[in-house]
Design a protein around this ligand. Structure first.
Ligand SMILES: Cc1cc2nc3c(=O)[nH]c(=O)nc-3n(C[C@H](O)[C@H](O)[C@H](O)COP(=O)(O)OP(=O)(O)OC[C@H]3O[C@@H](n4cnc5c(N)ncnc54)[C@H](O)[C@@H]3O)c2cc1C
Length: 485
């Protein structure tokens, strides 16, 4: 029976080699994910080393967790850990409110967490945040679409514009109210682990002060200085991004937000985003993957696009008053390791920025929340070994991190074939706001990038691609561009 089955399989494979390859690849994928699920470890599979940690009130002289950095990642973690009744120290080198160079676009996943924390309504009511309704994109070939999202998405908007001055303060103060011990003006200089006692000693800059904690969390942003010093993160940040606020009343931008792709800067892009007071945020994201663009070129592109790109210069208008360019680095695509003995790395420090968008507030907050839930469970069990904390690394990789590989691959495709972005924009223009919302969900990592291979995307984008190729060959594309505008 078995040899007969194998024989007929071999016969099928020789008759239909393409089908055979596709079926084999798909079966391997399914087998791999089944095996992964079957072999998945649980915290309870590991021995108990610190059973006393189970009692949430028994600790003397040390914190359960010391978090370094109170940005969106660290403060979200602090909030949920404190809510779970854990003793969490939140060390921040600056004093809130403080500026952080950013595009200030807060995506849906982050908005849901802000709602859960009870901060969202307050930010809107106090006019510190604004729901982005009219938004869209402008492709490298000049096709554009601006749609509306409010009616389609209902309660949770697609994006929120909120200056980090307000956002980060709101999250940090929520963590403090929940019971986290927030210490501002407390830059961390070093952290040393005593393996025998299972405790970290965290040393502050310019001070003799130190704190002890069972677990250390590095949430100190893209430079990831502490995790690099501890040997967990091993590479420098790879991308960069600029920001300049545009004074209210000096520009001509009508939408709430728009992404502009320039053929020579792909896979990077630039964006305009409107704040509550009609001030704009102008950003340029340099994403690795284009050999002709390096991070040193950021000032050039920042200046060139706002003056020479027809769509951006038109949106800004001749009288736009912009602040001086500010810039910071982006650590993209996820670090291969974000854990060690009694230590986790969260947010930008672990490279949780999607290479397709350069955005990471939502991933920082999502991972902060995941890390808090995970650490609470680890504390209940009393084991923080590297192998246990690897489960946290695997969890965020499963949730959104492994998708970053697709993002890098798509970035390469877009860099090589910008026409794909033109076709996608044409498809969005043809299908309208629902399609734009689905596209935004993929771009912001709510839905895996593999969904781009679904028929509803493939069919309409391929149709537009073929039609663009024909129009370009016949030289009749210009008319279509005008219509779409
Ligand atoms: C110009 C630019 C534009 C961007 N635009 C967007 C956007 O529009 N939308 C989006 O979602 N993402 C955007 N990003 C990415 C986004 O800023 C990050 O993903 C997000 O800030 C990550 O949060 P985090 O908490 O991990 O790190 P951070 O926000 O960097 O917070 C780290 C915190 O650690 C503190 N810290 C650092 N070192 C120490 C130390 N030694 N001791 C104590 N504290 C320390 C810092 O002061 C800071 O408060 C942009 C990034 C840049 C650079």
């Amino acid at each position: 029976m078995a040899p007969e089955f194998v024989q007929s399989l071999l016969l099928f494979a020789s008759d239909h080699p393409i089908y055979a390859v596709v079926i084999t690849v798909l079966s391997l994928f399914v087998l791999r994910s089944l095996l992964k699920k079957l072999l998945k470890q649980k915290i309870t599979n590991f021995p108990r080393k610190f059973p006393e940690d189970r009692d949430k009130r028994s600790k003397e002289g040390f914190y359960d967790v010391a978090v370094v950095g109170a940005g969106p990642a660290g403060s979200t973690l602090g909030y949920y850990l404190a809510k779970a009744g854990r003793n969490c120290l939140l060390l921040e080198k600056k004093k809130f409110p403080r500026d952080k160079y950013c595009g200030d676009a807060v995506c849906k996943t982050a908005i849901e967490i802000l709602m859960d924390m009870g901060i969202y309504e307050k930010l809107i009511k106090e006019n510190k945040a604004r729901v982005a309704d009219a938004g869209g994109l402008c492709s490298p070939g000049g096709l554009s679409y601006i749609g509306r999202s409010k009616e389609i998405l209902g309660e949770v908007p697609a994006a929120l514009a909120c200056k980090r001055w307000w956002l980060d303060e709101a999250i940090a103060m929520a963590a403090k109210r929940a019971g986290a011990y927030l210490k501002e003006n407390s830059g961390v200089r070093d952290a040393v682990f005593d393996a025998k006692a299972g405790l970290w000693t965290v040393y502050l800059e310019d001070s003799d002060k130190s704190y002890k904690a069972r677990v250390l969390v590095c949430a100190d942003g893209a430079p990831s200085k502490l995790a690099t010093k501890l040997g967990i993160v091993k590479r420098p940040p790879d991308g960069s991004c600029s920001r300049a606020y545009v004074e209210s009343g000096t520009h001509k931008f009508k939408a709430d937000g728009c992404i502009f792709y320039h053929r020579d800067m792909l896979p990077g892009y630039s964006a305009l985003f409107r704040h509550p007071n009609n001030e704009l945020n102008y950003c340029v994201y340099l994403i690795p993957g284009n050999p002709k663009v390096t991070n040193d070129d950021l000032p050039y592109w920042h200046d060139f696009l706002m003056k020479q790109d027809p769509n951006i210069s038109k949106s800004l208008g001749p009288g736009a008053k912009l602040e001086r360019m500010k810039a910071a680095s982006l650590r993209l695509g996820g670090e291969p390791v974000s854990h060690g003995d009694h230590v986790l790395v969260v947010g930008d420090a672990a490279g949780m920025i999607d290479p397709m968008t350069g955005e990471g507030i939502h991933h920082a907050m999502e991972a902060g929340k995941m890390a808090a839930v995970f650490l609470d469970e680890a504390m209940h069990h009393g084991n923080y070994d590297k192998d246990v904390l690897k489960l946290y690394h695997e969890a965020w990789m499963d949730k959104f991190g492994s998708d970053f590989k697709w993002s890098f691959a798509i970035c390469q495709l877009l860099y090589r074939f910008p026409i794909l972005l033109d076709a996608a924009t044409a498809a969005i223009a043809r299908k309208g706001d629902k399609f734009l919302a689905a596209w935004a969900d993929i771009m912001t990592g709510r839905v895996p990038k593999i969904h781009l291979l679904r028929p509803e995307f493939v069919i309409v984008i391929t149709f537009e691609l073929v039609s663009l190729i024909i129009k370009r060959a016949l030289g009749i594309e210009k008319k279509r561009e005008k219509k779409l505008e």
